[in-house]
Design a protein around this ligand. Structure first.
Ligand SMILES: Cc1cc2nc3c(=O)[nH]c(=O)nc-3n(C[C@H](O)[C@H](O)[C@H](O)COP(=O)(O)O)c2cc1C
Length: 383
């Protein structure tokens, strides 16, 4: 019979491999995005849209873990959007969701997405340490500073002035990092937080700290991400544009002594022929787009039709219906693999992917696209 010590040594050896899943040799890290929310990222009325039940999340996480997917990234959402499909109306809270998924997977990093202005940093720091221990070093933090006024009203709060949200975010993450790093008690006095006698124990798992992501896109948001995140997001209006943005982000980071990776979001619609993919895109995102939800999001995001060329606005609305504005990876396995290779060569470190119905569509992607990415040299087979 194995002794308790032998069992613990065996677990630690496994940990050394899994803890570094986001630092593995895959040039392009791949994650599944928004699976904690009903409809995922597709603002569509089609009946097969994502049912984000717990059973579906567990089944998907296990499939993805076994296939070598690197991470799961949830959306922090407190209620849905107006419109017939109740887009993202049912969603799991992301840290508790991450705890559950970390307990049933072995390799992938699971992020929690946390609204800095809505969650006390002392509470958040301890919750995240708990998740990190459950996952034995596989928890990651996606910090969001908030933009959705409808949700803030649920908390009895009005969002701060735009750039002040990032000032608060910087204090919030500073409190958390100190709780994770410092052994002695300390006080914190900022503009937004005045906290006394702080201490945090245990520390994150085994002397590491959770990876940090942020998707700020305004100048203040980008500046925050460059200073505080390991991974940041850049939009992909086109791959050429994305390449320029990555070069700028990385060189700006280097100038302030930081090393960051750039991610983007994309929706995948993979079919044996281009025609089948385009027809299904037309069916779910154009014929059955939830336009009330899409228009609400596009307008809350400050992009109104008056300032855009009508054709650009039409394409933007279809991208929002198809995948919340992410980059369209629509077509055959060859086409999608080539597009992903171009994105990787443009300098991106990773992609957060969504599907209309993750569980029924992921296996085809796994079987047809992942091996092509290995042949193209941007991913390695899972050993
Ligand atoms: C990939 C990605 C994930 C995001 N996840 C969330 C989220 O879960 N909850 C949320 O309120 N905002 C989310 N956002 C919004 C951003 O945090 C940010 O507020 C938005 O991009 C606007 O940027 P700005 O705050 O710099 O103006 C996300 C954005 C992106 C691109």
């Amino acid at each position: 019979m194995e002794s308790k010590k032998q069992l613990l040594v065996a677990m630690d050896a496994a940990d050394q491999r899994v803890r570094n899943a986001m630092y593995n040799s895959n040039a392009l890290k791949l994650g599944l995005f928004a699976a904690n929310c009903s409809s995922g990222n597709a603002a569509t009325k089609v009946p097969e849209r994502w049912d984000a039940s717990w059973e579906h999340n567990v089944a998907l996480a296990r499939l993805a873990d076994a296939a070598g997917i690197d991470f799961f990234l949830p959306i922090a959402r407190w209620k849905g959007y107006p419109g017939e499909s109740n887009f993202q109306g049912a969603s799991f809270e992301t840290i508790t969701w991450a705890c559950g998924l970390l307990a049933v997977t072995e390799r992938l990093t699971v992020f929690g997405t946390v609204h800095a202005p809505l969650v006390n940093p002392v509470f958040a720091a301890k919750q995240m340490v708990t998740a990190d221990h459950i996952g034995r070093g596989r928890f990651g933090l996606n910090i969001v500073c908030g933009w959705n006024e409808d949700e803030f009203a649920m908390f009895g709060e009005a969002p701060l002035a735009h750039d002040d949200r990032y000032e608060l975010g910087a204090e919030w993450i500073s409190v958390i990092l100190q709780l994770w790093e410092r052994d002695e008690a300390f006080d914190f006095d900022g503009k937004h937080f005045h906290l006394r006698g702080l201490r945090g124990d245990p520390k994150p798992y085994n002397g590491t700290r959770p990876l940090i992501m942020n998707a700020g896109s305004s100048p203040a948001g980008q500046d925050f991400a460059l200073h505080h995140a390991d991974f940041l997001f850049r939009g992909l209006r086109s791959i050429e544009q994305g390449a320029q943005d990555v070069t700028t982000a990385r060189s700006t980071a280097v100038a302030i002594g930081r090393d960051v990776g750039c991610f983007s979001a994309a929706h995948v619609l993979c079919r044996p022929t281009m025609r089948e993919a385009e027809e299904y895109l037309h069916y779910y995102a154009e014929e059955n787009g939830d336009w009330t939800a899409v228009d609400h999001i596009v307008e809350m995001g400050g992009r109104n039709s008056a300032s855009l060329d009508p054709e650009v606005y039409r394409r933007l609305r279809i991208r929002f219906a198809a995948g919340h504005g992410g980059y369209p990876l629509v077509g055959t396995p060859d086409h999608i693999a080539e597009e992903m290779a171009r994105i990787s060569h443009a300098g991106f470190t990773g992609l957060a992917l969504s599907f209309v119905d993750y569980l029924s569509e992921f296996p085809y992607f796994r079987d047809e696209v992942l091996p092509r990415l290995e042949r193209l040299g941007i991913r390695e087979p899972l050993h």
